[in-house]
Design a protein around this ligand. Structure first.
Ligand code: SF4
Ligand code: SF4
Ligand code: F3S
Length: 269
């Protein structure tokens, strides 16, 4: 009996640090090995492929041709648009050209991480390369965005598994984010919320309040204006995983355009 063909996934890297892939490598259920060996057929990924150069580009083109209209396109990294897009080229093609070429016959497009979702770190003011998210280049089909720097791997995996199971993408909000993951404020589910409500704050790192697990708002926490499920889903192994505020660091709003690292953090008085 022939084994069921695994769905093809083409994963592009543009202006990025590969932290999104690193985050995926630390997922535990399923692990990335399980995903790419048993669930999907990862047919192009610059970091995980042994092949390089002409060989890997040929693999991408062959996979796109064989799976036209059926493959999933994942984009990691921002896309530079200034000066004709010359600031990111792979195999002689600009990121803009590759995005358009690969999106044309894709059944679904997922932008993983804040870079691919809205420009992220590379688009930080003054944004010298004109970095934008994938949905500024792909305008004829929906782009699901999984922002975060890095994003939570389970939000990405859940989106992929939803598509593979139902043949449709999960419900998204106006910014393309799956509602199951980005519809609640961090502040609503934070384990330090009782301290916020009672007015108990850490005033500096390592002080008594910080050691006691008090609220990090006065250290610049962006949880009250950041939508994400970090406190409930956690990073890494859900049995022993944690998240930024759980480790004693304020949320920097890494999932939200204009909240976090795109503008200076001014500590409240
Ligand atoms: Fe790296 Fe963050 Fe961009 Fe992902 S979103 S590639 S972790 S800078
Ligand atoms: Fe809200 Fe941040 Fe305080 Fe948590 S640590 S209660 S998210 S302000
Ligand atoms: Fe990012 Fe804040 Fe979650 S910094 S990882 S959105 S807690």
């Amino acid at each position: 009996v022939a084994a069921k063909k695994r769905p093809s996934v083409i994963w592009l890297h543009f202006q990025e640090c590969t932290g999104c892939t690193e985050s995926m490598l630390r997922a535990e259920h399923p692990t990335l090995e399980k995903l790419i060996l048993d669930v999907i057929s990862l047919d192009y990924h610059e970091t995980l492929f042994a092949a390089a150069g002409h060989q890997i580009e040929a693999a991408r083109e062959a996979a796109m041709k064989a799976n036209a209209g059926k493959y999933v396109l994942v984009i990691e990294g921002a896309i530079p648009t200034k000066d004709g897009g010359i600031y990111c080229k792979i195999g002689g093609k600009t990121a803009i050209e590759l995005t358009k070429e690969c999106a044309k016959d894709a059944a679904a497009v997922i932008a993983i991480g804040s870079c691919a979702s809205w420009g992220g770190m590379p688009s930080t003011d003054p944004n010298p390369t004109g970095a934008v998210g994938a949905n500024k280049i792909i305008t004829d089909k929906p782009v699901v965005t999984i922002p975060g720097c890095p994003p939570n791997p389970y939000n990405f995996l859940s989106t992929v598994v939803h598509f593979l199971t139902f043949g449709t993408l999960p419900e998204i909000d106006a910014l393309g984010r799956p509602k199951f993951a980005y519809s609640r404020l961090i502040h609503e589910n934070c384990e330090r919320r009782a301290h916020f409500d009672a007015g108990r704050f850490a005033m500096e790192f390592g002080d008594d309040g910080h050691r006691k697990g008090y609220c990090l708002y006065k250290l610049g926490c962006k949880g009250p204006e950041t939508y994400a499920n970090c406190p409930t889903v956690l990073f890494g192994d859900a049995g022993g995983g944690t998240w930024p505020v759980g480790c004693g660091h304020p949320c920097i709003g890494c999932t939200e355009q204009g909240v976090g690292f795109q503008k200076p953090i001014h500590l409240p008085a």
